[in-house]
Design a protein around this ligand. Structure first.
Ligand SMILES: [Fe+2]
Length: 300
């Protein structure tokens, strides 16, 4: 088990505001994640400098605007632009969300959850096959956070994600804060909800923080609170507990990325969260070794 997981990596999202600090702390950062869409219109010179980043630290690439989970086909020109960044950077893996982001010519402006039913499973499978044919094979699919239970759904979120991952043979990028938000917003225990996902497919993991929001609809007589995944706050304790469970349940190496998109604290605070992530993952790995030792003793 120790040997299998010696390839675990913990790092953070590459952001312009963090670039200088990342470069001066590469001894504590094992991987960075670059947002592909930020470089869709980049010049050859900028792409070359981005490629040089990969000589200092392993890089994974993350897409945000393909809209894979849709019955509408992904535009090939978007895939061509993504392929250009993938070819320039040669990341160890690229990822995209299981979300839709536009309807017709209208851009929603955020990652929206489609109805979870066989039609959107089929649409996602067609789009993933198209994306692979243009961009390449090393795709991981990310679960998203949603504030509403998507109407017209006939499948649970774990079954829907599992169906698309199995049907496409894809790895998963499991976003633990997205999963936590959906669990608490819709009445599930986060740690049990985590274990209903196909954890054997997880290769990448996101951790981040969010905040509680309250809303009221006088017209509908509804008052509720929801956890919003905003990437602007520190990682809550429960997410580290979930990461420990992943360390226990996953035999495969995991790459963990801290996502922070603004309200940046002192960089030491982000390094502390990377350290806690490393410790949580290691604690999960150790408990597996411990259980194996108990198992072996029991057979003596
Ligand atoms: Fe994420």
């Amino acid at each position: 088990v120790r040997q299998l997981n010696s390839q675990d990596r913990v790092g953070l999202g590459w952001r312009d505001a963090l670039a200088a600090s990342i470069f001066s702390h590469l001894d504590a950062i094992e991987v960075v994640e670059v947002i592909a869409d930020d470089y869709f219109d980049a010049s050859a010179r900028v792409l070359r400098s981005l490629r040089s980043l990969g000589t200092h630290v392993p890089v994974v690439l993350h897409g945000v605007t393909l809209g894979l989970a849709s019955t509408v086909a992904v535009a090939v020109d978007r895939l061509d632009r993504l392929a250009k960044v993938v070819n320039a950077l040669e990341p160890t893996m690229w990822s995209e969300h299981l979300a839709f982001v536009r309807g017709g010519s209208y851009e929603i402006g955020h990652l929206a959850a489609p109805p979870r039913n066989p039609r959107t499973v089929d649409g996602a499978l067609r789009n993933i096959a198209l994306a692979r044919s243009v961009v390449g094979q090393t795709l991981a699919l990310e679960n998203i956070a949603t504030l509403i239970d998507p109407p017209d759904s006939s499948m649970t979120e774990p079954d829907w994600v599992a169906g698309i991952a199995a049907g496409s043979g894809s790895a998963l990028l499991l976003d633990l804060h997205n999963l936590y938000a959906n669990a608490v917003n819709f009445g599930h225990d986060p740690c049990l909800y985590l274990q209903s996902f196909p954890l054997e497919r997880v290769r990448l993991v996101h951790i981040s923080g969010g905040r509680w929001i309250h809303f009221e609809s006088v017209a509908h007589g509804v008052s509720a609170r929801r956890l919003l995944d905003d990437h602007l706050h520190d990682v809550p304790d429960v997410v580290f507990s979930m990461l420990r469970i992943l360390g226990e349940r996953c035999a495969q190496p995991l790459t963990v990325i801290l996502e922070r998109d603004g309200s940046y604290p002192d960089f030491a605070v982000l390094l502390e969260q990377l350290l806690r992530a490393r410790q949580a993952l290691a604690a999960g790995r150790r408990s597996v070794v411990h259980l194996k030792e108990i198992d072996e003793l029991a057979t003596i």
